[in-house]
Design a protein around this ligand. Structure first.
Ligand code: B12
Ligand code: SF4
Length: 425
């Protein structure tokens, strides 16, 4: 079949991201001999004419649209990014009567709400590789689409429970041309995913809705082979998009050592869960070219961390930060204020603690985006912060009752004086 795949994301907040998820789907389809054309909307001047040309000239049998961001998770002046994606879906609908199928991280968090709000026909929750291949096979044979795990169909509530790909190695890494559309520059950080799923269960986090809670790892050798292909295509800077690069530790260590042994000459960034970080791992990461890490500690108050279901404490964060400093790895810190258990004292303590660490940047957020099916959503419901019928697609934020948002912001502003590298949102 002829499949037009569109990555609807246009925002360049934080950095220009590349459509890695859609690239995995494109590779899976082309391996099954479908004819795939892909459009990445980020940075395009005239999206409408690109989509028009593709639909008129390529004449797709099916259109797949990837929804990444719903919003910027910022409580003040929130950017509701999904609105732009909805326009792209509407445009595709005006130009084609072929089935429009949605997918992506943003879609997977709100599958029914987005389907009923948009002009799409169906959507796939979670990983798209296997499910979209099955949908195409059935469409080709004219068979009913009932019973495909994770497939939501407009007007038919109650999708069959999705299935996770146990052996992610069954779906090969995508060819570099699907990921890197524009020329590679010094600012290009090419995404690499080595693991899917996160077992950590933080109280506010949506990852379970997207990747599930069972951790699935790719063999290190296949990751190295793939990075080799990216390097051959001109890439020198990678971003490991795994939720927690350091977990499991044994995998992170093997991967870091394998990168060093392969002599790939790359610089890379990754996301760290500040728990069980030790010198052997940090030195292996530094040797392998790790240049910067995101250290999501969120708070320094033991009670707040406990209620966020974090497994680390304040001393784990301090130790991790010292080690990354020792090995010259740049650290970006993240704090989130307003969670259950937050008090004026915990806000003050957390800010003092953050100032004592060696962060190149500190990103500070006030108010926590509430996602469906999370412990935080349960708490917000009990406290009357959200209503039971609210799909939460339009962003809602949590601040623990009794704590004044303005006071938090003023307090952060006072502590931020003298720290131009602190960014408040
Ligand atoms: C790594 C990451 C980042 C990195 C990106 C680095 C890079 N070079 O790419 C950084 C830190 C820069 C970042 C920034 C931001 N991020 Co971010 N990020 C992630 C993270 C952890 C992984 C994304 C990823 O690459 N996944 C790997 C790929 C392979 O998976 P995938 O895209 O989901 O694709 C699979 C399926 O979804 C599906 N699929 C995908 N497309 C399609 C299409 C079809 C048709 C089908 C059928 C299936 C399908 O199949 C794919 C393969 O199985 C996710 C959380 C998560 N676990 O998903 C958040 C996440 C996507 N980010 C999020 C947000 C909000 C942001 C920011 C807006 C934050 C901010 N204010 O700065 C920015 C926006 C950046 C931008 N320009 O778009 C949110 C989005 C939710 C929301 N509220 O909008 C997420 C979900 C995290 C969360 N809070 O829950 N991010
Ligand atoms: S460690 Fe990160 S991805 Fe995993 S549950 Fe916690 S916040 Fe979500």
């Amino acid at each position: 079949m002829k499949v037009l795949l569109i990555s609807a994301n246009r925002t360049e907040i934080n950095m220009r991201t590349m459509p890695l998820g859609l690239a995995f789907v494109a590779q899976a389809l082309s391996d099954r001999h479908h004819n795939v054309k892909m459009i990445d909307c980020v940075g395009l001047d005239d999206i409408e004419s690109h989509i028009k040309d593709a639909i008129n000239n390529f004449r797709p049998d099916v259109i797949g649209i990837s929804i990444r961001n719903i919003d910027d998770q910022t409580m003040v002046n929130t950017h509701f990014l999904y609105r732009d994606d909805r326009e792209i879906i509407a445009l595709a609908r005006r130009l084609s009567d072929r089935p429009i199928i949605l997918g992506g991280a943003g879609y997977s968090m709100f599958p029914d709400a987005i389907l009923s709000d948009s002009d799409a026909d169906m959507g796939i929750e979670g990983e798209g590789e296997a499910a979209l291949c099955t949908v195409l096979e059935k469409l080709e044979k004219g068979e009913p689409l009932d019973d495909i795990p994770g497939l939501h169909t407009k007007g038919k509530p109650g999708a069959r429970k999705r299935e996770f790909i146990r052996d992610t190695g069954n779906f090969p890494f995508p060819d570099p041309h699907y990921i890197v559309g524009s020329p590679v520059t010094a600012d290009t950080w090419v995404p690499v995913q080595t693991r899917r799923g996160c077992p950590m269960d933080c109280s506010y986090c949506s990852t379970a809705s997207i990747e599930g809670r069972i951790l699935r790892k790719r063999p290190v050798a296949s990751v190295i082979e793939w990075i080799g292909r990216l390097v051959a295509a001109g890439t020198r800077q990678l971003y490991f998009v795994d939720n927690t690069f350091n977990l499991p530790r044994s995998y992170a260590l093997s991967l870091s050592r394998a990168i060093t042994d392969a002599g790939l000459g790359i610089k890379w960034r990754s996301i760290i869960y500040p728990w069980r970080i030790d010198e052997e791992l940090v030195s292996a990461m530094a040797d392998a070219g790790c240049f910067e890490i995101s250290l999501g500690s969120e708070s320094a108050d033991e009670e707040v961390l406990r209620r966020m279901h974090k497994r680390f404490g304040r001393e784990d964060v301090a130790r991790a930060s010292r080690l990354f400093k020792k090995y010259g790895i740049k650290q970006i810190g993240f704090l989130m204020f307003g969670a259950p258990g937050e008090t004026r004292q915990s806000v003050q303590d957390t800010l003092v603690f953050a100032a004592s660490l060696d962060y190149a940047f500190l990103k500070v957020t006030v108010g926590i985006r509430i996602y469906p099916h999370t412990a935080l959503a349960g708490e917000a419901l009990k406290q009357g912060i959200i209503q039971p019928d609210d799909p939460l697609l339009e962003p809602r934020f949590y601040i623990t009752p009794g704590l004044d948002e303005i006071w938090i912001r003023d307090t952060i502003a006072q502590h931020a004086m003298g720290h131009p590298n602190w960014i408040l949102s």
